[in-house]
Design a protein around this ligand. Structure first.
Ligand SMILES: NC(=O)c1ccc[n+]([C@@H]2O[C@H](COP(=O)([O-])OP(=O)(O)OC[C@H]3O[C@@H](n4cnc5c(N)ncnc54)[C@H](OP(=O)(O)O)[C@@H]3O)[C@@H](O)[C@H]2O)c1
Length: 327
């Protein structure tokens, strides 16, 4: 397998919107003893990347220039002498604090999980941050059979995984979304409820029983709504709680890395078992990363937006949501 001496990375040197992102060629050293070199195939986009890049995420500290992206899937092309698994040629899924939006990466073997055949490249590349956040949140709330849970933005990257995994655990799930996503959520066995004025009453009607837990992904339908629905405070997670979990999942210290990899192992296995399906809302060439972020910022993704290093075609197809928004 060809081992490159260089990689193309997505870097930025100042806070700003996605236009500050630049593709740069950088030397890629041989992997260290406990490292592997991964040829990245696909890599997800997350809002928190955008919050860090724009400077609105004030708790993030990193040297400049900074790099973009935390989730990736790819193929091992080289490995250090002390790496036991992950032979050259292995398909892997992994995570980094930043810099996943690249063609090649040197990473510790501790951030990797084998990619099952059953999980597509597109899904694998977008699995880490959304999947670990969703699973971590359901774990914290101890969601299980007997629960009736409300998940906001239930068709989005994180919400769609939370909603499906809550259902997989036996809970009854009510998901907030726009009308465009009603059929999608219904097909998953999730009761869709339109967000906006009158939401409390619509949830009560849809639930027909006490709501026992609630996750606010969107940052709008929050604590007041949970209180009005008599959700016990310890069974409510706010958008800010989610933000704190995501920041933890992006840390590079050994404890945080182990926490993230453990969640990634479980999420990958749940994806392999089809306990949830992660839809790909847009697949962009890595070179069009600014366009991919602009799509994410429109806040109507159904599942994840992912960039690919080897897109079969750069031709843009019209998405159902584009048609919906145009009408
Ligand atoms: N507080 C934080 O630090 C923090 C951290 C991460 C994420 N977030 C926010 O959480 C949201 C979801 O995260 P994600 O990663 O799953 O993003 P995402 O994939 O971009 O979520 C898109 C989903 O949001 C739904 N949505 C749009 N407007 C909504 C509204 N007013 N109420 C409820 N849902 C709405 C959309 O549904 P329709 O297309 O049906 O309208 C779409 O399916 C994002 O808006 C993101 O900015 C906040």
């Amino acid at each position: 397998m060809r081992v490159p001496g260089q990689t193309t990375v997505v870097e930025y040197e100042a806070f700003g919107d996605a236009e500050v992102l630049q593709m740069r060629t950088r030397d890629l050293p041989r992997p260290g003893p406990r490292e592997v070199t991964v040829e990245v195939i696909s890599s997800g986009l997350s809002h928190i990347d955008g919050f860090i890049r724009s400077g609105s995420e004030t708790e993030w500290d990193e040297e400049w220039p900074r790099r973009s992206g935390s989730d990736f899937a790819g193929v091992v092309v080289a490995r250090g002498a002390e790496v036991a698994g992950f032979a050259v040629g292995s398909d892997v899924i992994g995570h980094v604090s930043s810099g996943a939006h690249a063609t090649y990466l040197n990473v510790s073997d501790r951030v990797l999980v084998p990619k099952p055949r059953e999980v597509t490249w597109e899904t694998a590349g977008g699995l880490y941050l959304a999947g670990a956040t969703a699973l971590g949140t359901l774990d914290e709330l101890r969601i299980g059979a007997g629960d009736t849970i409300v998940v906001s933005a239930a068709a989005g990257g994180v919400g769609s995984i939370e909603a499906q995994l809550a259902k997989h655990r036996g809970a009854r799930v009510i998901g907030t979304c726009g009308e465009r996503n009603f059929d999608y959520l219904r097909q998953l066995g999730i009761t869709p409820v339109k967000y906006g004025d009158g939401l409390e009453e619509r949830i009560r009607r849809a639930a027909g029983r006490p709501v026992t837990a609630m996750i606010d992904n969107f940052g709008k339908d929050g604590r007041d709504l949970a209180a009005a629905l008599d959700v016990p405070p310890h069974r409510y997670r706010s958008s800010d709680d989610r933000r704190m979990l995501e920041l933890r999942l992006l840390q590079g210290d050994p404890e945080a890395v182990a926490f993230g990899t453990d969640l990634l192992v479980r999420v990958t296995e749940l994806a392999r078992l089809h306990a949830f399906t992660l839809l790909i809302s847009g697949l962009y060439p890595l070179t069009d990363i600014a366009e991919a972020y602009a799509d994410l910022a429109r806040l109507h993704a159904r599942g994840k937006i992912v960039v690919a290093t080897h897109p079969v075609t750069t031709f843009r197809t019209l998405k159902a949501r584009d048609v919906h928004e145009a009408s």
